[in-house]
Design a binder for this molecule. Structure first.
Ligand SMILES: Cc1cc2nc3c(=O)[nH]c(=O)nc-3n(C[C@H](O)[C@H](O)[C@H](O)COP(=O)(O)O)c2cc1C
Length: 193
């Protein structure tokens, strides 16, 4: 999918928050670029911390993977408004803090504001929530997001395709998440195909 409404390139908002698993967000940006989708990225300060712990990427390297990058404090950016049309938003990975803010409509930074806008405009919102084990508070926040139409998709790996590496596990999860947003990842192995 590369063209959207009025033949504009399809826009996807990508949020990276401070849960472990920044690889999910990085891969989503790479797949979206391959699919011809324009990405609008916001990374929280905690997301920048996990980038440092978990990757060799600089902040600049990560930014270069997106088409447009916003500061989390830039609360007046395009993606903070419903009039800026997008195909939806993926938060990968999604921390419990960010999940909770989204669940209770707390738009205190650009990531959570953009997620709230996605919900209010009835667009697709997919959250790769990463925490374990889960408290009742976590589960209640997931329920609230689900009741508002968001999709909670913990990045839980599937083993039936016999993944041979961590990259394959990540790719499979990210491809499934992009599927939910209507973005096709070519050559992704699918059960039964
Ligand atoms: C290395 C590292 C790993 C973390 N992993 C998780 C995690 O898996 N899930 C989670 O909810 N929080 C995790 N945290 C804590 C969050 O980063 C913290 O709650 C932070 O306030 C989240 O802020 P944000 O939602 O604005 O990104 C982790 C923190 C660090 C430094």
């Amino acid at each position: 999918m590369s063209q959207g409404v009025d033949e504009q390139p399809t826009r996807l908002v990508v949020g990276i928050s401070g849960a472990t698993g920044i690889a999910y967000g990085v891969r989503a940006l790479e797949f979206a670029r391959k699919a011809g989708v324009q990405t609008h990225l916001v990374v929280t300060p905690a997301g920048q911390q996990t980038r440092q712990y978990e990757t060799e990427l600089s902040a600049k390297d990560l930014a270069a993977m997106a088409d447009v990058v916003y500061r989390p404090s830039d609360i007046g950016a395009a993606i903070a408004s419903g009039s800026f049309r997008t195909a939806g938003m993926l938060v990968a990975p999604c921390s419990i803090r960010t999940l909770s803010a989204i669940a209770y409509s707390n738009g205190d930074n650009l990531l959570t504001r953009a997620a709230d806008v996605t919900l209010k405009e009835r667009r697709r919102l997919v959250l790769l929530v990463r925490e374990t084990p889960l408290t009742l508070g976590h589960l209640r926040a997931m329920t609230a997001v689900t009741e508002m139409g968001g999709i909670v998709m913990p990045p839980v790996p599937a083993f039936y395709l016999r993944p041979g590496s961590i990259d394959e596990l990540v790719d499979h999860t990210v491809a499934r998440a992009l599927d939910l947003l209507g973005i096709d990842v070519p050559d992704m192995p699918r059960w039964g195909e």
